[in-house]
Ligand binder design. Structure first.
Ligand code: FAD
Ligand code: DLZ
Ligand code: SF4
Length: 508
C-alpha cells in the first residue's frame, strides 16, 4: 500500500520517526509551504524565511537520498493552503491511502491531523530525551513538578556530566556561579551567520512580497538553513562563547545582543540539530578542559532540563494550557511591544533587538518584556501570541509553557514556584540599560520613578491573597509591610496613574 509521509517545517531531521517507519521504494514524502501555517499568527519574517529555506534544502537532501518528495511552494498555483488540504491533494494525485507523520509540536495541528478525512497515523517524536510516557510517570503523584528533580533524571538517563552515580563536580547545579553582571571586557564574536545563497534569496523575495506587513526585519538574513551550517554554528559557539556562557548567562548589554548565548534554539527546534548531540559537544569541550563546569552544566541543564521539562508540561497539561489566566489579567498588550515609542530603555531595547534579529536571550524575555507584562497585568494570551510571533525559535510546545507558565504565572504555579517579578534594581544590576533611560532606577515614587519600581509593589499588593503565604515571597511582603502607610499609598497611587497613562496611549 502506498503511503504519504508528512514532514513539517519543524521536523527537518533525517532520523525523524515518520521517515524511519516509511519505505523509500513505495512511500511518498509530502512537504508544503502553506498559508495556514505561515498565518496562524503573524510570524516574524525571519522565522518564516528560516523555515521555508530550510524546508526546501531538506527536501533536496531527501531527494538525493532516493525519496520521492512532493514539495509545494507557497506560490504554487495548486497549493491547497493548509497541511490537511495538501495531504488530500497528494493522496488523490498518487493514490496513497494512508498518511504517516511524526507528532506535531502543537495541539492545533495534532487535532487537525487526527480528524483529517484521510487515514492518518501519528508516531511519537523521538527527537526528545524523554517520551510522553516517561514524563507522565515522573509527574505522577508528585505535589509539585519542579524542573530540578526531572533534570537529575535526565542526567542519569543520558549519562551527561555523570561520574558513575554521582554528578560531575559533586553538584547537580552550578547556577549559583552563573549570575554575574556583564563584564566591561566583553570579547566574543557573536553567532556565526551565513550569506544567503540564491535559494535563500528566492525565499527572502517571497517572504518580502507575502509577509512584508509582519513585525520584524527580514534583512540582513544570516540564519543557517542546512544541517551542515547548523553544525558549523554549534562548533563556533562551543569555541567562542561557551567558556563564559555560565558566568554571564543572565547579563544584558545594549551593545551585545547575543553576549555568550548559543543562538542555537531555532536550529534545534526545527530539527537541524539534535539536542543530545549539542549537549555531547558541550560535554566533550568540558572533558578536554576547554570550558569550566559551571558553563557546561548550565548549558546542558537548559537543554536536557528546561527544554525537555517544558515539553513534558505542554503535553501533560493539554490543549487549553495557553488560555490559562489564574491572575485574571486583562490589560491589552501595549503598542510598544510592536515598536511604538516608550521611554523605558530596557523594554525599548529588547523590542528593537527582537525586531532586528527575531531573537532575545532568556533574561530579556523573562525579566524585561515578560516581567513588565506580568507587573502591568497584561492578558497572558496576548503575551503568549506575541512571543509565538516574534521569535524564530517559537513553537507552541516550548513557547507557551515558558510564557504562560514561567513568565506570566498564568498556570497558577505549575511551572514556577513563585512569579518572576522584579523591580528596576534587578535590571540595573544585570544590564547597562538604566544608564541611558529617561526614568531613574533609584527613584521609587514621584517624577521620573522607574515604572518597574512602582508596578512591582502594585503587583504584590493586588495579589496579596494569592502570594502572602508563599514562603519564597515572605521577604518581599515583609519589606512592603515595613514601609510606612503614607509611602505605600503614594506608591500605589503613582502606579495607578502611570497605568492610566499607559491605557490612554500616552508615551510612557
Ligand atoms: P541559550 O541561552 O544559549 O541556551 C541554550 C539552549 O537551551 C537554547 O538553545 C534552548 O534550546 C535551550 N533553552 C534554554 N532555556 C530554555 C527554556 N526555558 N525552555 C526551553 N529551552 C531552553 N525557547 C524556545 O526555544 N522557543 C520559544 O518559543 C521560547 N519562548 C520563550 C518565552 C519566554 C517568555 C521565555 C522566558 C523563554 C522562552 N524560551 C523559548 C526559552 C529561552 O529564552 C530560549 O530557548 C533561548 O533564549 C534561546 O536562545 P539561545 O539558543 O541563545 O539559548
Ligand atoms: C511555523 C511554520 C511556518 C511558518 N510555516 C510552515 C509551513 O508552511 N509548512 C509546514 O509544514 N510547517 C510550517 N511551520 C511549522 C508548523 O507550524 C509546525 O510544524 C507546527 O506549529 C507544530 O510545531
Ligand atoms: Fe528599565 Fe527602569 Fe532601568 Fe529604565 S530605569 S531601563 S525603565 S529598569
Amino acid at each position: 500500500m502506498k503511503r504519504l509521509v508528512l514532514v513539517l517545517g519543524d521536523q527537518l531531521s533525517q532520523g525523524l520517526s515518520a521517515l524511519q517507519e516509511a519505505e523509500r521504494e513505495s512511500d511518498i514524502v509530502v512537504m508544503a509551504e502553506v498559508a495556514e501555517e505561515a498565518g496562524y499568527v503573524k510570524h516574524h519574517p525571519k522565522k518564516i524565511a528560516l523555515i521555508f529555506a530550510a524546508m526546501r534544502k531538506f527536501a533536496q537532501v531527501l531527494q538525493s537520498d532516493g525519496w520521492d518528495v512532493r514539495y509545494t511552494k507557497l506560490d504554487d498555483e495548486e497549493n491547497a493552503g493548509s497541511i490537511v488540504g495538501e495531504l488530500l491533494r497528494r493522496a488523490q494525485e498518487t493514490g496513497a491511502e494512508e498518511v504517516i507523520c511524526t507528532e506535531p509540536g502543537e495541539w492545533r495541528l495534532i487535532e487537525k491531523l487526527k480528524y483529517a478525512p484521510v487515514k492518518t497515523r501519528i508516531l511519537p517524536d523521538g527527537r526528545f530525551i524523554a517520551s510522553h510516557g516517561e514524563f507522565e510517570r515522573w509527574a505522577e503523584g508528585r505535589k509539585a513538578l519542579r524542573m530540578e528533580y526531572f533534570y537529575r533524571e535526565m542526567r542519569r538517563k543520558t549519562g551527561l556530566l555523570m561520574e558513575g552515580e554521582e554528578p560531575a563536580g559533586d553538584k547537580w547545579n552550578f547556577d549559583h556561579d552563573n549570575r554575574k553582571p556583564a563584564p566591561d571586557d566583553v570579547s566574543v564574536e557573536g553567532p556565526l551567520w551565513f550569506e544567503p545563497d540564491t535559494e535563500v534569496e528566492e525565499v527572502l523575495s517571497l517572504v518580502e512580497a507575502r509577509f512584508g506587513d509582519h513585525f520584524g526585519d527580514l534583512r540582513p538574513f544570516g540564519f543557517a538553513t542546512t544541517r551542515g551550517q547548523a553544525l558549523e554554528a554549534l562548533e563556533h559557539f562551543v569555541k567562542q562563547a561557551l567558556p563564559r556562557f555560565g558566568d554571564y548567562q543572565d547579563a544584558m548589554l545594549e551593545s551585545h545582543a547575543f553576549l555568550y548565548h548559543a543562538v542555537l534554539s531555532p536550529y534545534i527546534n526545527i530539527g537541524l540539530l539534535d539536542p543530545l548531540e549539542v549537549c555531547q559537544a558541550v560535554e566533550k569541550a568540558w572533558k578536554k578542559g576547554d570550558v569550566p563546569i559551571n558553563a557546561a552544566e548550565g548549558f546542558i541543564r537548559q537543554i536536557i532540563g528546561w527544554r525537555e521539562y517544558v515539553r513534558g508540561i505542554y503535553f501533560l497539561e493539554g490543549p487549553e494550557y495557553p488560555q490559562r489566566n489564574v491572575l485574571k489579567h486583562d490589560r491589552d498588550l501595549p503598542a510598544f511591544y510592536w515598536g511604538a515609542e516608550t521611554k523605558m530603555n530596557c523594554v525599548s531595547h529588547a523590542v528593537a533587538q527582537t525586531r532586528e534579529h527575531a531573537y532575545a536571550h532568556h533574561i530579556q524575555r523573562l525579566m524585561v518584556t515578560g516581567n513588565f507584562a506580568l507587573l502591568a497585568g497584561v492578558d497572558p494570551y496576548q503575551v503568549h501570541e506575541w512571543y509565538l510571533e516574534v521569535y524564530a525559535d517559537a513553537f507552541e510546545w516550548v513557547e507557551s509553557p515558558n510564557t504562560v507558565g514561567m513568565s506570566q504565572f498564568a498556570d497558577g504555579g505549575v511551572i514556577a514556584s513563585k512569579p518572576y517579578v522584579s523591580s528596576g534594581a534587578y535590571i540595573n544590576r544585570m544590564s547597562d540599560y538604566c544608564k541611558g533611560c529617561a526614568y531613574k532606577v533609584s527613584v521609587k515614587t514621584g517624577e521620573g520613578a522607574c515604572p518597574f519600581n512602582l508596578l512591582y509593589w502594585h503587583f504584590l499588593d493586588r495579589h496579596r491573597d494569592r502570594f502572602k503565604d508563599n514562603a519564597r515571597m515572605g521577604n518581599m511582603y515583609r519589606t512592603w509591610d515595613r514601609m510606612d502607610e503614607e509611602r505605600r499609598k503614594t506608591v500605589l497611587k503613582d502606579a495607578e496613574s502611570w497605568l492610566a497613562r499607559l491605557d490612554t496611549g500616552e508615551v510612557v
